[in-house]
Design a protein around this ligand. Structure first.
Ligand SMILES: C[S@@+](CC[C@H](N)C(=O)[O-])C[C@H]1O[C@@H](n2cnc3c(N)ncnc32)[C@H](O)[C@@H]1O
Length: 289
């Protein structure tokens, strides 16, 4: 394991020992130092996701225009909501997060980047939480499963589902089926790979499949939780909620990635999956209620 990954995991383990509030306080301070000044990069890495969302909708003859959107997993700043509102002309975005990561500073920085990069001037709303523009509602510290859903035409998530507990995923999708209007759409961009491989380039993107569930639970904390669900498991959750699968696409590994995958001793729990199911990366799904 690389020194960088060892340090990161060690730090998360220490933060995990602290009471919840203090743990998240220091977690945010560290994230701010690492990513704080990087709003431009954050926006640029969201740009392809926005293009992808537009393509997935266009392929179904649809667009974001005039839609009320519910985002699962707001993250650090409302980057996708800005794209949806100011480029896609969506009507509103309600963004839910199990935690509270937004800051006023991040919203101001995002406004600056939208002006410098796209010439879009966004007026801060000093009376609103985090000075968010109108038409964006932020619901931090909220588990969707227990919340009243706002009016929604489209549910969207980006790099979130892999961090949600499987039972919550089941309940969340059943709730969408029960509470949303028939015909509403759900678009998920899922990153099912071992995120530790982004820090330690020597690790396989499927490295975590060598561990039993108990071993893996011991290795991770609330700051880097990953459910390790494989493609067929996600599809089974959507099917059990009686959602219609309109589209699914995913990456297959190139030669180098496949070679590293073959070197991982896959745990019994995952052996019934095919190599294609185990290595399916960047899963994009479109569902209809
Ligand atoms: C990796 S971040 C992605 C954030 C953002 N979507 C992005 O693309 O940058 C995952 C986010 O999902 C949130 N999250 C995890 N489980 C959740 C749940 N059950 N409901 C809502 N948000 C959740 C985390 O707090 C975190 O902000």
């Amino acid at each position: 394991m690389s020194l960088k990954l060892k340090l990161k995991e060690g730090l998360f383990r220490i933060l995990n020992l602290l009471p919840e509030k203090q743990g998240f306080y220091f977690y945010h301070k560290i994230q701010d130092v690492v990513n704080g000044e990087n709003m431009l990069q954050r926006v640029k890495t969201n740009e392809p996701s926005f293009g992808l969302l537009q393509r997935l909708l266009q392929e179904k003859g649809l667009s974001l225009k005039g839609k009320n959107i519910l985002e699962i997993g707001s993250g650090w700043a409302p980057v996708m909501p800005y794209f949806m509102l100011f480029h896609g002309k969506a009507k509103s975005v309600s963004t839910f997060d199990l935690n509270r990561h937004f800051s006023k500073k991040a919203v101001y920085r995002l406004n600056e980047v939208f002006f410098s990069e796209y010439g879009i001037r966004i007026t801060p709303e000093p009376k609103r939480a985090y000075h968010l523009p109108k038409n964006i509602e932020y619901y931090p510290n909220t588990n969707l499963i227990a919340a009243d859903l706002p009016e929604t035409d489209l549910v969207f998530s980006r790099f979130v589902l892999e961090h949600v507990k499987p039972e919550d995923l089941r309940l969340m999708h059943k709730k969408f089926k029960r509470d949303l209007k028939p015909g509403s759409l759900i678009v998920h961009l899922i990153s099912p790979s071992d995120h530790r491989a982004y820090v330690d380039k020597n690790l396989s993107l499927q490295d975590f499949l060598q561990y039993s569930e108990a071993e893996w639970q011991k290795k991770q904390t609330k700051f880097d939780y990953h459910n390790r669900l494989r493609l067929p498991q996600y599809l089974a959750i959507f099917k059990a909620a009686d959602l219609e699968l309109l589209h699914v696409e995913y990456d297959q590994p190139g030669e180098d990635i496949y070679k590293k995958f073959r070197a991982v001793k896959i745990h019994e729990d995952f052996k019934h999956f095919t190599d294609e199911e185990l290595t399916a990366g960047s899963i994009n799904v479109v569902l209809r209620v």
